[in-house]
Design a protein around this ligand. Sequence first.
Ligand code: NAP
Ligand code: GDD
Length: 358
Amino acid sequence: MSEKVALISGVTGQDGAYLAELLLSKGYRVDGIKRRSSSFNSERVDHLYEDPHKNDPRFRMHYGDLTDATNLIRLVQEVQPDEIYNLAAQSHVQVSFDTPEYTANADAVGTLRFLEAIRILGLGDRTRFYQASRPSSTARCRKCRSARRRRFIRDRPMGVAKLYAYWITVNYREAYGMHASNGILFNHESPIRGETFVTRKITRAVAAIEAGAEDCLWLGNLDAQRDWGHARDYVEGMWRILQQDTPDDYVLATGETHSVREFVELAFEQLGVPIEWRGEGVDEEGFDPRNGRVLVRIDTRYFRPTEVDLLLGDPSKAKRVLGWEHSTPFRQLVAEMVDTDMRSFRGSNTFQRRAIGE
Ligand code: NAP
Ligand code: GDD
């Protein structure tokens, strides 16, 4: 059988990097789409880089953008992929409040552009499509009191854009018989998670505090609860979704939920530092009871205009049909992230003060 070809959008992101690695290990040829930027943005996949002058490299990258339909059509035509994984997105919730139009263009219409490219090029029988969707219908939103509003408002501009992406994928499957599937993935993290998502913000801050480069971690809502898994496990689920004879939508989750507060406590535990809490609301602080040193404080800038208090997924269908299960316990995920940040922090001369904001 000839080698399969996968096209991954968002290959420079957390999931794109893990997925590219997985598919290469399975013998695929992988074509990744990366955005043009004024500085290098391919750090997560540099270890996969192959000299383009080499004959027939198995991993290649192409410039592209989800907001540019002609570019996507040309890339799909050139690559003739067996599988497309659409992972590219403006993926930060808080940023989607600041850039709602761009978020809709990339996250919602970007998905439509890919589906149209497959249809226009007549690749519906050959190319399978995976859409990176996110949980929404099971979420509880503090400000959306009535059940009706809760059902339709969703939590944020990004959530609304991703809902469009979800439904347009279902629509193309039903209308044109495409092999198009959604993975509804609950939060998944790793040592290469973006630095402004809460888990990585915490583990980087813990590493910086340990080295004496920072003295305090500033956070928003400590009581938000998330179903956190490891990205490495989740990309295996994405691949399994596209190997099914029949396209369908699947939830990938751990089935456990933990609060931001618990994540903080476990992260400091890796340094042998216990955390206790005192005060309430914006005056709450986390301190080391052995010496009274305050290590965690609240900054209202990190509160969201609308918050999803609790996310908890049910992965039973993925287990039953795909044989997929997450395999990294929560404690192990936190330990791996803290450990990696501590090692990379020690290995660099200066700590990059980038994880402010969001
Ligand atoms: P990520 O680390 O933020 O990666 C996003 C990728 O998309 C990056 O490669 C980014 O490029 C690229 N990108 C952004 N806008 C683009 C555009 N207009 N055109 C082309 N590329 C663009 O996100 P992730 O955690 O890997 O998540 C992957 C996908 O799963 C996203 O769609 C996300 O919304 C979805 N998802 C993630 C989670 C999670 O917990 N991780 C949960 C549910 C759904 P740069 O590197 O240049 O920024
Ligand atoms: N980022 C951030 N920074 N979040 C904080 C902070 C902070 O300082 N303090 C508390 N939080 C809370 C947020 O309010 C939220 O309730 C929770 O921590 C998780 O925030 P994020 O890590 O930014 O992730 P998210 O759940 O909003 O969004 C992620 O998961 C979605 C799927 O459930 C992203 O990966 C999205 O792309 C994805 O769709």
